[in-house]
Design a protein around this ligand. Structure first.
Ligand SMILES: Cc1cc2nc3c(=O)[nH]c(=O)nc-3n(C[C@H](O)[C@H](O)[C@H](O)COP(=O)(O)OP(=O)(O)OC[C@H]3O[C@@H](n4cnc5c(N)ncnc54)[C@H](O)[C@@H]3O)c2cc1C
Length: 457
């Protein structure tokens, strides 16, 4: 065997598996295979001047490479079982919380110590939400910020690089059984073997994961996608909320359809960014700890979950088709003033220019009602008015809506309580497993599996 443990993917899941294994058993031979670049070589070419929009690099520097999809994220580390995944269903609520705190401690030791931890516990804001048909979910959130998140990742890499073999720019093409373990074949045609294999390929590896599950006959299920828009408002409107909570996860149940609409990924004083998943450009958001990089705007997503029942199975395909529609009409992401949406007209560069909210993303002014299904758009509009009751100004004509924001969910891989597939010593963790959807849950799942392996060794 080339390695004791092979890890596919160097996102938070893969990194924390490697960390836990290497720290506890420095004698182990650990190989990490990552499709993207090392951290310092990850550079998105969009500079707003020469390259204005996504040119679909392969690998995408935002989604792939050391740090995974989380490397340039806002680094909001949510410690909760209420959202971010269903890890607790496999490993228990207490263990999940304990592991999220454990990872938070490591992040602090590796550069995140000065960052702030927010909590929804005991906030008066919870009551205000309740009085307006809104529910504030419980969580503690450490806001690392994009810049400190990057520092933490750099320090973790420095710690691991001499203990673990990192193979960057090495997409794993195939994963097969071999005598006494597993064999991977890289796109370059190299073969590596190990007794145990941890797969942590995240969202960008979802198609590959589907292919491997079908080849190795690992049962899966898939039926959910979240669709919506990213809202951008002057930060003063939400300052009361974001100063106290940083990230308020608020859920609204629509009057019309009783659909839950939720806020997601709040970025106080942040910027709106594009994201490329399998060639489809969608929208997301970032914010910064560094005061010099803060903007006058706050952005957050409003998402509606769409669950499908038989016979339709391709929920991600549905989300992709809607995102493609916005890419077709707008050449990428579309931006629209809330006032224009309400008046049933498209936004134009002139209307955006006359508005009071300066867009932080160079998107194409257009009409989101041509893209999003009516039921989803109705839910989003209802929630904007509900939020306006707790933060007057959200439903202003000049509020900007960027679309579409899609949260793809990987199909759920059937796993046991060790996060092991039906094949012994083949583990699937992080977002690629469909079990987690966040930095904290993905990292915790990595530590958990490493501990399972350590206990056995
Ligand atoms: C812009 C953005 C902002 C976000 N902000 C937050 C946030 O603030 N808080 C939060 O909790 N979550 C956030 N998320 C989500 C979070 O980043 C993910 O939940 C988390 O990164 C999942 O970790 P992971 O290790 O499971 O997968 P990933 O981070 O996706 O890592 C998987 C890695 O596997 C590699 N890979 C894939 N296929 C292969 C293959 N075949 N061979 C080799 N390597 C492969 C990929 O290149 C990638 O580097 C954000 C995501 C994005 C995109």
């Amino acid at each position: 065997m080339d390695y004791d443990v092979m890890i596919i993917g160097a996102g938070p899941g893969g990194i924390f598996s490697a960390y836990e294994l290497a720290e506890n058993r420095p004698d182990l031979k650990i190989g990490v295979f990552e499709a993207g670049h090392p951290l310092e070589k990850r550079k998105c070419p969009i500079d707003g001047k020469n390259v204005k929009s996504c040119i679909r690099c392969k690998p995408c520097a935002i989604m792939n490479g050391f740090g995974g999809a989380g490397a340039f994220s806002d680094g909001k580390y949510n410690i909760t079982n209420d959202f971010g995944g269903t890890l607790y269903e496999y490993i228990g609520r207490d263990t999940a919380m304990e592991l999220m705190h454990y990872v938070d401690n490591i992040n602090c030791r590796f550069g995140g110590a000065g960052t702030k931890m927010y909590s929804t516990a005991g906030t008066a804001f919870k009551k205000k939400c309740m009085q307006n048909r809104l529910t504030l979910l419980d969580a503690s959130v450490r806001h690392l910020g994009t810049d400190i998140n990057y520092v933490v990742l750099g320090n973790l890499y420095a710690r691991l690089k001499d203990k673990v073999d990192f193979h960057f720019d090495t997409p794993v093409w195939d994963l097969q059984f071999c005598d006494g373990g597993y064999e991977i074949i890289t796109e370059q045609g190299d073969h590596y073997t190990a007794e145990k294999c941890i797969v942590s390929v995240g969202r960008s590896g979802s198609k590959w994961m589907e292919h491997i599950c079908s080849e190795l006959e690992i049962p899966t299920k898939s039926n959910r996608v979240d669709l919506g828009v990213r809202v951008e408002i002057p930060s003063v409107i939400f300052d009361d909320i974001t100063d106290e909570l940083y990230e308020g996860k608020i859920v609204y149940r629509t009057e019309k359809f009783e659909d839950p609409v939720r806020t997601f990924c709040m970025n106080p004083h942040g910027i709106v960014v594009t994201e490329n998943t399998n060639g489809i450009v969608t929208v997301n958001g970032h914010s910064f700890e560094d005061d010099h990089r803060k903007t006058d705007n706050t952005n957050f997503a409003l998402l509606v979950s769409k669950h499908f029942s038989e016979p339709f199975k391709d929920s991600n395909g549905y989300g992709e088709s809607i995102a493609r529609l916005s890419n077709m009409l707008g050449g990428g992401v579309i931006v629209q003033r809330f006032g224009d949406l309400e008046r049933g007209r498209r936004s134009t560069p002139a209307r955006i220019e006359q508005g009071t909210v300066r867009p932080t993303l160079n998107a194409t002014p257009g009409d989101l009602s041509l893209v999003l299904p009516k039921r989803i758009l109705d839910g989003i509009i209802e929630m904007i008015y509900a939020l306006d009751r707790i933060a007057p100004g959200v439903a202003s004509d000049d509020t900007l809506l960027y679309g579409v924001e899609v949260k793809f969910y990987n199909m759920e891989v059937e796993l046991n309580s060790r996060l092991e597939t039906c094949h012994k010593d083949l583990f699937v963790i992080g977002d690629g497993s469909g079990v987690t959807h966040s930095l904290s849950h993905a990292s915790a799942s990595g530590v958990y599996v490493a501990r399972q392996i350590l206990a056995e060794l």
